[in-house]
Design a protein around this ligand. Structure first.
Ligand SMILES: Nc1nc2c(c(=O)[nH]1)N[C@H]1C(S)=C(S)[C@@H](COP(=O)(O)O)O[C@H]1N2
Ligand SMILES: [Mo]
Length: 486
């Protein structure tokens, strides 16, 4: 494995590493329910958990191969060849893979077979040293193999740093917007200790994607192709993109995998060019109802065309909170469409837009049973007090966040135990496309209490009580927390 990492590093192809390729293949083959569990339980750490799990699995399998090799050396070699084959298949089936991507796994299997042969030979007792000599030789050979493997792995990782675009990103200067964001009114941020920030920092912004290794896209090589059912296909460079009129908007992004009470949502100030204007330049023809977008790492997302063209601030974004997009959030360019869940709108590292029909093309998530039309569902959450908190009797601030992007939040009601629903005070918001904070004052009496919340959106529809899972178009249900008052 160390040799394979070294070769992958020398080739400058992270995903040709058998470990990462198998991990990426695993992500693609993971059933939707398990993905959901992983996103929910491990959040941003889901990929680390996967890699550690793979590491444990490989170690156990390697022990099996080693034991087998003691009795039947040929079978041990066959075991390693099988490992290599899995790596080759995984690397070759990554999007855009070619024959070169098979090289690290083949090299790794070759090195593994050589190491196994030396190790099994070292265990054989010889006349001079007897069993003790054999043991010593095994230890020395084993340490040598381990050292070479670790060194190979480390050097391979270091070599991959050449591909890193962070330095290039740091040098990108974004032009000022021709249409700045509306000023955020005073009081948008509810002043209660422990309350969520109205504007999510880039570092705290949730991350959900299938990229085991972050795509490193150099803006100098980046182009966006717009084609399909259009009059004039368009190809745009990063320079072309920055030369277009840029708008700046506060937009809250939410993930369909977010559970009742969950935190897979964030609010940022995005800078980008109008997606509708770009599509008009290409000239969308009659009959189209979908934009199929593709990312540099081969992910595909489908977006309802009508939502992009209905006048909302759908963006091809380059900036996030005053900086170029972070690499993890789509550098150099991504889509942001207010009011739609991320999986049908927020393509990171976007390189291709095909104007098409839902009847013709399906995307990654919709092929896996998620809905084609996925407007964000009205959601409200109690952020303070935290679940199972202990608070003192008397006046207690209850506060939280609600969202219904592009419809807006018109009311938030809260309830103690099974008492009457009361109106919470809503904080002001800069527009319909961000989340909205709410706050209320509770005269808390000693004992254990359940606090519950529900929101009403700008169309007058109140969040339903019925619990639904994220699949196929977003979770529903009222959030509640239990607190102990002393
Ligand atoms: N290339 C790519 N873009 C993607 C995804 C992905 O897996 N790959 N995931 C989508 C999903 S499901 C969501 S919720 C948002 C999350 O964006 P963020 O990671 O910047 O918060 O990105 C979307 N864009
Ligand atoms: Mo998502």
């Amino acid at each position: 494995m160390g040799s394979a990492e070294l070769v992958a590093g020398a080739l400058g192809r992270a995903e040709s590493s058998p470990l990462l390729a198998v991990g990426a293949g695993f992500i693609d083959l993971t059933p939707v329910w398990l993905k959901d569990v992983a996103i929910r339980r491990f959040g941003d750490d889901d990929k680390t958990v996967l890699l550690v799990g793979l590491g444990v699995g490989i170690t156990v399998a390697a022990l099996g191969v080693g034991l087998l090799a003691r009795r039947r050396p040929r079978w041990g070699l066959a075991g390693i060849a099988a490992f290599g084959l899995v790596g080759v298949v995984a690397a070759m089936t990554r999007p855009g893979a070619d024959l070169v991507d098979a090289v690290p796994a083949v090299a790794g299997a070759g090195a593994g077979m050589a190491a196994l042969t030396r190790l099994t030979r070292a265990t054989r007792p010889d006349r001079a040293g007897g069993t003790d000599g054999g043991r010593r030789r095994l230890l020395v050979t084993g340490a040598g193999v381990l050292g070479a493997a670790v060194a190979g792995g480390v050097v391979g990782r270091l070599l991959l740093r050449r591909e890193d675009v962070s330095a290039i990103r740091a040098g990108v200067r974004l032009p000022a917007p021709s249409s700045p964001a509306t000023q955020v009114p005073a009081g948008t941020q509810v002043r209660v200790p422990g309350m969520t920030a109205f504007r999510t920092s880039n570092r705290d912004f949730y991350r959900v994607d299938t990229a085991l290794t972050l795509p490193q896209v150099d803006p100098r090589d980046w182009t966006l192709r717009i084609h399909g059912i259009v009059d004039r296909p368009v190809e745009l460079t990063f320079e072309d993109l920055l030369a277009r009129p840029l708008v700046e908007r506060d937009i809250t992004l939410a993930c369909v995998s977010n559970q009742v009470g969950g935190d897979l949502a964030g609010n940022a100030r995005w800078l980008g060019t109008s997606l509708a204007a770009l599509l008009r330049r290409a000239g969308v023809r009659a009959g189209a109802d979908q934009i199929l977008s593709r990312s540099a790492d081969g992910m595909t997302l489908s977006t309802p065309l009508a939502a992009v063209l209905d006048g909302r601030d759908a963006l091809l974004a380059v900036g996030m909170n005053g900086e170029p997009l972070p690499v993890a959030h789509g550098f150099p360019a991504r889509l942001v469409v207010p009011g739609l869940y991320g999986y049908v709108s927020a393509t990171k590292w976007v390189v291709d837009l095909k104007v098409t029909r839902f009847a013709t093309d399906r995307a990654y998530w919709t092929r896996r049973g998620y809905a084609e039309q996925a407007p964000v569902k009205t959601f409200s959450r109690i952020d303070v007090p935290k679940p199972l908190a202990r608070v003192r009797a008397g006046r207690v601030a209850v506060a939280g966040t609600a969202w219904a992007q592009h419809r807006g939040i018109d009311a938030v009601e809260w309830q103690v135990d099974d008492g009457p629903w009361r109106q919470a005070r809503l904080a002001p918001v800069p527009g319909l496309d961000t989340w909205r904070q709410w706050v209320a004052e509770w005269d808390a009496t000693p004992g254990s209490h359940t606090l519950r919340v529900r929101a009403t959106d700008g169309t007058g529809a109140t969040q339903p009580a019925d619990r639904a899972p994220p699949l196929p178009d977003g979770a529903t249900g009222w959030h509640s927390v239990v607190v102990t008052v002393t």
